[in-house]
Design a protein around this ligand. Structure first.
Ligand code: 6PG
Length: 472
């Protein structure tokens, strides 16, 4: 019997869609799930040219795969991945490859790589972005780790991924668990951009009193120009969606409490851990946390109800400035995430090719945008750029938008419209572009109360002073 070239464990929406995508490109693939319904769904949804098989037992699944087996896991991150590995690894043979395509924590991947290596098996962490539609029609795929395993998978990954200018949105992201790390940071940036878009929405809605039809038009125009991106595009469409239960627009019926599965939090924790400043991503994570305190927010809004919003005089100019503010704050969020990747690459010896990261984010993934094309040019010129804000062409772009960001941040502050993402992006930019920060004073304070020492601007060495108290 001729075997199947690939295997997929987990036939939920993502697993099934990725499986069909693989089958669409001429690769035979068997799926495994404990849920019989999902196996039926898989069989029923397969089209005639596909060589697809659903199995309900791991033994059957493993036995129909060609060796070396190439098994993709699409199961929830954490314990489910370990549970699958525990049951499947005894059935595998030397040289088989297991690829974890979920949003796993990179340290878990490191542990699993070592564990499977001790059993002569290959294990790879591979980020996949694009949601269910992306999985089916062309996601952005971020594999890393085992080069031998990657080489075997490469033709299939290139076939199934999204394409931009005929170039596949997949590439080797670096050693070890780099694939998961890059995907984690992708999600951190995703959190930041979503936060910023929600703030732009709030400013246009409560500041300029735009209704959903007008918001649709604004986002449509933005998406037709330099702000073209997946997240702007879906936001545009959200403003048109009517509710099926009431006569209202659906967006107005949705409770303002944001969920989160954890990848944004991991990104922030990582940045703190290895010492990288990513405040716009941090604030996006913490804003979702704050949103969950709905009852307290209601109480506080009644207690501090003095806010009065004054609409801007020139609405067209205001909309343009909100667009500029959103564009620039988005750019700064990418800059923060990419700076984290630069540091992580050194810290963990990942050797992440930044140029390839932005190249494969241009299509398929949630944070795809035309702006990434500019980053791609920047990294093509200088692959070792430590921060995208240091590129000359990016600097010109930033300078053309900064006025809008300053004006909108000022407007939001004056009118009491929370704009944490925009404010932190601007604050980060101002700090990053300041030659002399006031932290000389912090160093003085640290030395004053804790003898923590300081360095001087005029001579080498480490100094401590017995500071004079004004009360002496
Ligand atoms: C993607 C997304 C996806 C992520 C969801 C949910 O790239 O396709 O990033 O991987 O899991 O967007 O994320 P939160 O529930 O944490 O918002």
């Amino acid at each position: 019997m001729e075997g199947y070239s690939y295997g997929m464990v987990g036939l939920g929406v993502m697993g099934r869609n990725l499986l069909y995508n693989i089958a669409d490109h001429g690769f035979s693939i068997a799926g495994f799930d404990l849920d019989e319904e999902k196996i039926k769904e898989l069989q029923n949804g397969a089209t005639s040219g596909m060589k697809v098989k659903g199995t309900g037992s791991l033994e059957d699944f493993v036995s129909v795969l060609e060796t070396p087996r190439k098994i993709i896991l699409m199961v929830p991150a954490g314990k489910p991945v370990d549970a699958v590995l525990e049951s499947i690894t005894p059935l595998l043979s030397k040289g088989d490859i297991v690829i974890d395509a979920g949003n796993s924590y990179f340290e878990d991947t490191n542990r699993r790589i070592a564990d499977l290596a001790s059993k002569n098996l290959h294990f790879m962490g591979m980020g996949v972005s694009g949601g269910e539609k992306g999985a089916r029609t062309g996601p952005s795929i971020m594999p890393g780790g085992d080069l031998e395993a990657f080489t075997q998978l490469k033709p299939m990954l290139e076939a199934i991924s999204a394409k931009v200018n005929d170039e596949a949105c997949t590439a080797y992201m670096g050693k070890g668990s780099a694939g998961n790390y890059v995907k984690m940071v992708h999600n951190g940036i995703e959190y930041a951009i979503m936060q910023l878009i929600s703030e732009a929405y709030d400013l246009l809605k409560r500041g300029a009193n735009l209704n959903n039809d007008q918001l649709y038009e604004v986002f449509k125009e933005w998406n037709n120009g330099e702000m073209n991106s997946f997240l702007i595009e879906i936001t545009r469409d959200i403003f048109q969606q009517k509710d099926s239960l009431t006569d209202n627009y659906l967006v107005d019926q949705i409770l303002d409490m944001a969920g989160a599965k954890g990848t944004g939090k991991w990104t922030s924790e990582q940045a703190m851990e290895i010492g990288v400043s990513i405040p716009t991503i941090d604030i996006a994570v913490t804003s979702r946390i704050l949103s969950a305190y709905k009852d307290e927010r209601i109480q506080a809004s009644q207690l501090y109800s003095e806010k009065e919003i004054v609409s801007p005089e020139d609405i067209d100019l205001f909309i343009k400035e909100v667009g500029d503010a959103l564009f620039l704050a988005t750019l700064i969020s990418y800059a923060q995430g990419l700076a984290l990747l630069v540091k992580a690459s050194e810290e963990y010896n990942f050797e992440i090719p930044l140029k390839d990261v932005v190249k494969i984010w241009r299509g398929g993934c949630i944070i795809r945008s035309v702006l990434l094309e500019k980053f791609y040019s920047a990294y093509t010129q200088d692959p070792n750029l430590s921060n995208i804000l240091l590129d000359q062409d990016i600097a010109l772009l930033v300078k053309s938008k900064i006025k809008g960001l300053r004006k909108i941040a000022g407007y939001a502050t004056t009118n009491g419209i929370s704009s944490l993402g925009l404010q932190t992006a601007l604050g980060y930019f101002d700090a990053y572009t300041t030659e002399s920060l006031p932290v000389n004073l912090i160093q003085a304070q640290r030395d004053y109360f804790g003898a923590h020492t300081y360095q001087r601007i005029d001579r080498e060495g480490v100094f401590h002073t017995s500071w004079q108290s004004a009360n002496n």
